[in-house]
Design a protein around this ligand. Structure first.
Ligand code: UD1
Length: 355
C-alpha cells in the first residue's frame, strides 16, 4: 500500500511522527508532502529533526499568504504531485489549510482520501479551521475519528458509514516524548528558574488580530501573580508590534516557539497552561497540568468535562480561572491508548481491501 501524507503546519508534523513510524513498521510505502505553510526553522524543521521523521519527499514551498492564495497555491502544486505519485491513499491531518487542500486535490483526481482527526467541531463558523474540518470530512472516503464525541458529530452529519474510531495519534507521540524527556532540565530562562510558572501560547486570529482584545489578554496574563512564559507564535509577535503592544510587561516573560520535546518538558514542569491551541489543551490534560483556554469553545470537550480545562473567553476573568483549585485526579483516557497510529494503518488497509 502506498500512503501519501500531506502536512504543512506545526501540529501536523507532530501527528505525522507516529504515523511515519507505524507505516514503516507495517512495511508500506510512505510519501511525505510538505506544503510549506509553516517554514521557519522552529515552526517546521525542528519537528522533523527531533521527532525522527525523514525529510519530506516533496516540498511545495507555498509560504504565507491570504487563505485563498495559500490554499490555491497548494491545490495547484498538489495536482502534479498526485499525478506522478499515484498513491493508494492520501492521508490528511487535522484542520489547517494544508488539510483541506490535500483532500480537495485528491478527490478531484479520484484518489481515496483519509482524514485523520475527523469529526471535531467547534461550531464556531468564524474559525477557518471549522470550515477546513467540515469540508475535509465530507470530501473524505474514510474519517478517522479520535473520540466518541467526534464519532457522534460524524454520525449526525450522515458520515457514520465512512467513520472509524481509532483514537488520537497525539497521545501516541506525547506519551513517548514524555517518557524520553522526564529527568531532563525544563529549559527555563534564568529569570524563572526555581520559581513556579505557567506556560502560555496564543495564535488564533480571533485573539491576535483585534488590538483591544489582544491588549486585554496580554494585560490579563501580565497581571497574574505567578509568572507566565509566553511562547510567541510569529503572528502574535507581528500583531503586537503592529498595534504597539509590548509583550514584555508585568509578570509576563516572552520566548520563541519550542520544539516538541522542549514544549512537553516545559509543560511537565509548569503549574498551569494558558492557551488557545487545540493540541496544547490536550497535551496539558495528558500530562495532568491544569489548562485555561482563552476561547469561547473547545473541540476537546472531554478536557473540560473532566475538570482539567476551563474556558476563559473574557480576559478579565483569567485570574479567577487560572487560580482555581486543582482538579480531581482522573485516570480517564478519552484520547486513546498510545497505539492509534497502528490502528490507522489497519483501517487504511481494510478500507482499501473493501473498495
Ligand atoms: C495554522 C493553522 C491553525 C493551526 C496553526 C498551528 C490554518 C488556517 N491555520 O495557523 O489551524 O492551529 O497553524 O500553528 O491553516 N508565519 C511565520 N513563519 C511560519 C509560519 C507562519 O512567520 O513558519 C506567520 C506569517 O506571518 C503568517 C502567520 O504566521 O501569515 C500565520 O501563519 P498561518 O500558517 O497562516 O496560520 P497559523 O496561525 O500558523
Amino acid at each position: 500500500m502506498k500512503i501519501l501524507s500531506v502536512v504543512g503546519a506545526r501540529p501536523q508534523f507532530v501527528k505525522l511522527a507516529p504515523m511515519a513510524g507505524a507505516i514503516a513498521a507495517a512495511g508500506h510505502e510512505h510519501v511525505i508532502v510538505h506544503t510549506g505553510q509553516h517554514y521557519d526553522v522552529n515552526m517546521s524543521e525542528v519537528f522533523f529533526r527531533d521527532l525522527g521523521i525523514s525529510a519530506p519527499d516533496v516540498h511545495l514551498s507555498v509560504g504565507s499568504a491570504s487563505h485563498g492564495r495559500q490554499t490555491g497555491a497548494m491545490l495547484a502544486g498538489m495536482d502534479q504531485v498526485l499525478e506522478e505519485r499515484r498513491p493508494d491513499w492520501v492521508l490528511v491531518y487535522g484542520d489547517t489549510n494544508s488539510t483541506v487542500a490535500g483532500a480537495l486535490s485528491a478527490v478531484k483526481m479520484h484518489i481515496p482520501v483519509a482524514h485523520l482527526e475527523a469529526g471535531l467541531r467547534s461550531f464556531n463558523r468564524r474559525m477557518p479551521e471549522e470550515h477546513n474540518r467540515v469540508l475535509t470530512d465530507h470530501a473524505a472516503d474514510l474519517c478517522l475519528a479520535p473520540t466518541e464525541v467526534a464519532m457522534g458529530h460524524l454520525a449526525r452529519e450522515g458520515l457514520a458509514e465512512r467513520s472509524v474510531l481509532v483514537g488520537d495519534v497525539m497521545t501516541d507521540v506525547l506519551l513517548k516524548v514524555r517518557d524520553a524527556v522526564r529527568g531532563l532540565p525544563a529549559g527555563l530562562p534564568a529569570s524563572l528558574d526555581g520559581r513556579p510558572f505557567r506556560v502560555a501560547t496564543l495564535h488564533r486570529p480571533d485573539n491576535t488580530d483585534d488590538p483591544d482584545r489582544l491588549r486585554s489578554i496580554i494585560a490579563g496574563l501580565a497581571g497574574l501573580e505567578t509568572p507566565t512564559l509566553l511562547l510567541a507564535h510569529p503572528r502574535l509577535r507581528a500583531r503586537a508590534a503592529d498595534f504597539g503592544i509590548s509583550l514584555e510587561q508585568g509578570t509576563l516573560h516572552v520566548g520563541d516557539p519550542l520544539s516538541y520535546p522542549q514544549l512537553v518538558r516545559l509543560v511537565m514542569a509548569a503549574s498551569g497552561v494558558v492557551t488557545d491551541s487545540g493540541g496544547v489543551q490536550k497535551e496539558a490534560f495528558l500530562l495532568r497540568v491544569p489548562c485555561t483556554t482563552v476561547r469561547t469553545e473547545t473541540e476537546w470537550t472531554e478536557t473540560v468535562e473532566l475538570g482539567w480545562n476551563v474556558l476563559a473567553p473574557d480576559p478579565r476573568h483569567l485570574s479567577g480561572a487560572v487560580n482555581r483549585p486543582t482538579p480531581p485526579a482522573t485516570d480517564a483516557a478519552p484520547y486513546g491508548d498510545g497505539r492509534t497510529a497502528h490502528r490507522v494503518v489497519d483501517a487504511l488497509q481494510q478500507a482499501l481491501g473493501a473498495r
